[in-house]
Design a protein around this ligand. Structure first.
Ligand code: ACO
Length: 328
């Protein structure tokens, strides 16, 4: 069967108006702007207000991507919502977004791969478009992580923020679009970032809630090393597969987990620091939304030009990681 190349036809992003600054956090836990800035690079993060939920931001981001791709929602035949903070257990947030958008001809579902969710989604959508199973795919990364953050735990509450990013994927000319992509996971590290309660194992009971088992727990310093190694390795793999040199990458967007992780990954690859995008200061870690938000910010700022090599790399809970190389 003849295959086509899949590329990004439009992007969008959205986030809550509410801002939580380091100064706000100083009043909540024993921390300081100096510690947060020097250890993470984060200055502020967006925080959804009570009553604001994941699909609200996903729909806003998706509408922007649809408009910029100049398509009709009814033309979308695949809708993937990467999230670990769904609106509700059933149905999928993807189906709720589908209804809001009027994307009535799409197969819609959720994908849980934490911070790697968007790259997992891109990889699946790429395969579906390439083999002719999908003509236009909408891939979203959307999270309201702050609802799962324990604001008495200083090791996690300073990190996470809320938001959504989206991309429309469709056929592009030969030599353009997604040139290579890899997704990976290793469940042996599952308990380095996890929420023990709220599922079928422990359920949601007054006891699990009183013990805060629905909140995210993270062994940050152990994840740090795995994150750096995995993102650097997978970046090299996709570059090698596509036969592209790191120095030819015009824009590198790593998952925005921590500025020190970004710097360490950059140090392992031969990418000019000026070509590495970082918005961690403004958004914190928005998990699956981090890469599509950053990508859309770059598109809006004119930082991506036709023909550019754009490298995306992610790492997240699971643990999961992935790399995608695009020729814009
Ligand atoms: N303010 C002040 N002190 C703090 C804070 C805080 N907010 N948080 C932790 N500390 C203290 C610790 O208690 C510890 O004190 P001690 O030495 O007295 O015990 C000290 O700072 C050092 O703690 P570490 O955890 O070793 O600090 P580290 O430099 O590793 O930074 C961080 C922590 C920012 C979490 C970092 O490890 C990190 O970013 N890790 C990676 C996270 C990641 O990539 N997660 C996966 C993706 S996210 C997803 O999938 C949703």
């Amino acid at each position: 069967m003849a295959t086509v190349n899949a590329g990004i036809l439009g992007t969008g992003h959205a986030y809550p108006e509410g801002i939580l600054t380091n100064a706000d956090l100083e009043k909540m836990v024993e921390t300081s702007d100096e510690w947060i800035t020097s250890r993470t690079g984060i200055k502020q993060r967006r925080k959804a207000a009570p009553g604001e939920y994941t699909s609200l931001f996903a729909v806003r981001a998706a509408r922007q991507a649809i408009e910029r791709a100049r398509i009709d929602p009814s033309d979308i035949d695949l809708l993937i919502c990467a999230t670990v903070t769904p609106d509700q257990i059933l149905p999928s947030t993807g189906c709720l977004i589908q209804a809001e958008l009027g994307a009535n001809n799409a197969a819609a579902f959720d994908l849980a791969a934490a911070c790697s969710g968007f790259l997992y989604g891109l990889t699946l959508a790429n395969t579906m478009v390439r083999c002719g199973q999908s003509r236009l795919a909408l891939v979203i990364g959307a999270e309201v992580l702050t609802q799962y953050v324990d604001y008495t735990d200083r090791s996690t509450c300073v990190i996470f923020g809320d938001g959504a990013g989206a991309a429309i994927l469709g056929a592009v000319e030969e030599g353009r679009g997604i040139l290579a992509s890899r997704i990976r996971s290793d469940g042996r590290f599952a308990e380095q970032l996890y929420a023990p309660g709220g599922g079928t194992r422990l359920g949601t009971t007054p006891e699990t809630i009183a013990q805060g088992l629905h909140f995210y727990k993270m062994k940050g310093n152990e994840l740090f090393k795995v994150a750096v190694r995995s993102m650097a390795d997978v970046s090299r793999e996709v570059l090698e597969e596509a036969g592209v040199r790191a120095e030819d990458v015009a824009l590198f967007i790593p998952h925005q987990a921590n500025q020190r992780i970004t710097d360490a990954v950059a140090g392992k690859l031969d990418v000019d620091p000026e070509r590495i995008y970082s918005n961690i200061a403004m958004h914190g870690n928005t998990s699956s939304a981090s890469i599509p938000i950053a990508l859309d910010e770059c598109v809006e700022a004119g930082r991506v030009k036709e023909g550019d090599y754009v490298l995306l790399a992610s790492f997240g809970g699971g643990v999961t990681w992935g790399g995608v190389l695009i020729r814009w």
